[in-house]
Design a protein around this ligand. Structure first.
Ligand SMILES: Cc1cc2nc3c(=O)[nH]c(=O)nc-3n(C[C@H](O)[C@H](O)[C@H](O)COP(=O)(O)O)c2cc1C
Length: 198
């Protein structure tokens, strides 16, 4: 089925170059505008480059998104060989791949505790263990980004491996693997229990 994944980590010219994804009100407004424009399934993709992503995720949910994708790249910088300037033409670049998996896991874990819409995880996935970790933290599906450049067939293989893992565990679907690492909660979705941040 076709859908739209809204990458909101791009500059908002009207607000002086601010990224929609780092401002709760801008994230809410752009999600609502796209929601009004389409009935297609709408996924909105979070940026990790904020102190607390949870209010932004909640605003996106309230604005009508069908799902959240987490995460986009982490903002990074490289220095030129002669150390006279930033190396990249755009000064900053996006850090991706296995190094960002713990950050992506933390964000999926946090967001899963404050929204009711599904979370699609991405960030450093290269193995079945990565997929299982993201499912355990509350993702209902997992994407592969950087690793595809080295191995374009990886997503298909990971799907096969996940199916085999479910069979091995006597499961007819991977549903029971979702959210097993989340704190057990008795009431409605809430940020309680996710307050600790190192
Ligand atoms: C070369 C490259 C291009 C990317 N382009 C986009 C893009 O156009 N839109 C987007 O939402 N994310 C883009 N991303 C971010 C990835 O979709 C993904 O969120 C991020 O890289 C983390 O996942 P990974 O570690 O599996 O790559 C890009 C990443 C890379 C490495």
């Amino acid at each position: 089925m076709a859908g739209i994944e809204l990458n909101i980590s791009c500059p908002n010219v009207g607000k002086g170059g601010l990224q929609f994804a780092i401002d709760r009100d801008a994230a809410r407004a752009v999600t609502a505008a796209v929601r009004r424009a389409t009935d297609l399934p709408l996924l909105v993709k979070l940026s990790p480059n904020v102190a607390d992503v949870r209010p932004i995720a909640k605003a996106i949910e309230e604005a009508g998104a069908d799902a959240i994708t987490a995460i986009n790249t982490l903002s990074g910088l490289a220095v030129s060989a002669d150390r006279t300037r930033a190396f990249l033409g755009n000064t900053y670049g996006g850090l991706s791949g296995p190094a960002i998996k713990p950050v992506a896991l933390r964000i999926v874990y946090e967001v899963a505790q404050v929204v009711s819409i599904p979370i699609v995880a991405i960030g450093g996935v290269t193995t079945l263990d990565d997929v299982l970790d993201f499912l355990a933290c509350g993702a209902v599906a997992v994407q592969v980004g950087t690793a595809i450049f080295a191995d374009p067939e990886l997503p298909v293989r990971l799907g096969d491996e996940l199916r085999a893992e479910c069979l091995r565990r006597g499961l007819s679907s991977y549903g029971p693997l979702i959210g097993t690492a989340l704190p057990k909660r008795t009431g409605a979705a809430s940020a309680k229990g996710a307050e600790y941040r190192p």
